[in-house]
Ligand binder design. Structure first.
Ligand code: CDP
Ligand code: CDP
Length: 226
């Protein structure tokens, strides 16, 4: 089968990583979660105790980090300088700081260079915020996944209510809306639908329905695909 690249972008909790992983599995492609890379840098910055105004130190740190993504039994595993950080990059503290860190243009350039390299030999499903618009503008298939903020908060709430004690659905909805706002309004490659991306509103769609419609789209958009 001829290989091609798929870019999946969209706001927080739209289902990007779940869908991207399943689509990659169905096609025998490699899944790359770029959000995990921004989270890994943010985690490292917090570990080092850098203050929000220490931008130069943050850039230096991002430059020196060895971030690796590897497929695991339950999704992608993330390593920083050889140590596994898959779980710790998903804490509320990292989530609360990641949009600030990812608004730093120099940090984006460092990670975008890595992402482009990973997609070089094609056969990649990459999800994030700027993949179709900036990282892989030539991706053969581009999807912009979205859903109402309420349903995205409900989906996330189900995942974290047992882990994050005291969190309410209303609070989570506010946090998600605030992160979307920061991601959409930053100057450096903001969250935006690429003009040639297909918009999919998954508010009323199940996971298998979304996966199926993306696989169908691949068949129609890529000659010789699937
Ligand atoms: O999975 P969730 O929607 O919580 O977010 P994520 O994909 O793990 O991404 C975390 C954050 O990283 C986003 O809110 C963005 O601030 C940033 N990000 C980005 O700026 N560009 C990307 N390509 C991917 C993520
Ligand atoms: O990566 P992103 O933040 O866009 O979302 P995710 O982490 O893949 O999905 C958030 C949650 O929504 C997960 O628990 C998915 O199983 C769920 N989901 C869903 O219930 N229905 C969909 N159509 C898509 C995702």
């Amino acid at each position: 089968m001829e290989k091609f690249n798929i870019a999946i972008d969209g706001p927080a909790g739209a289902g990007k990583s779940t869908i991207a992983r399943l689509v990659a599995e169905a096609l025998g492609f490699i899944y790359i979660d770029t959000g995990a890379m921004y989270r890994a840098v943010t985690w490292s910055i917090l570990q080092k105790g850098l203050e929000p105004d220490q931008t130069a130190e943050m850039i230096q740190l991002a430059n020196s980090m060895d971030i690796r993504l590897m497929p695991g039994p339950q999704g992608q595993l993330v390593f920083v300088d050889g140590a596994e950080v898959t779980g710790v990059i998903r804490t509320a503290e990292v989530t609360g700081n990641v949009s600030r860190v990812s608004s730093i243009a120099e940090i984006r350039s460092i990670l975008v260079a890595k992402q482009k390299e990973l997609a070089q030999s094609k056969g990649v499903v990459m999800d994030g915020r700027d993949i179709g618009s900036h990282v892989l503008p030539d991706a053969e298939v581009k999807i912009f996944l979205t859903a109402s903020v309420r349903i995205r908060a409900e989906r996330r709430f189900k995942e974290i209510q047992d882990v994050q004690q005291g969190i309410t659905l209303e609070r989570l909805e506010q946090e998600i809306a605030e992160r979307d706002r920061m991601d959409e309004q930053r100057e450096a490659s903001p969250l935006v639908k690429a003009p040639d991306a297909v918009l999919m509103d998954t508010t009323q769609m199940t996971i298998p329905e979304v996966v199926e419609s993306i696989l169908e789209l691949c068949k129609t958009q890529v000659s010789g695909g699937t």
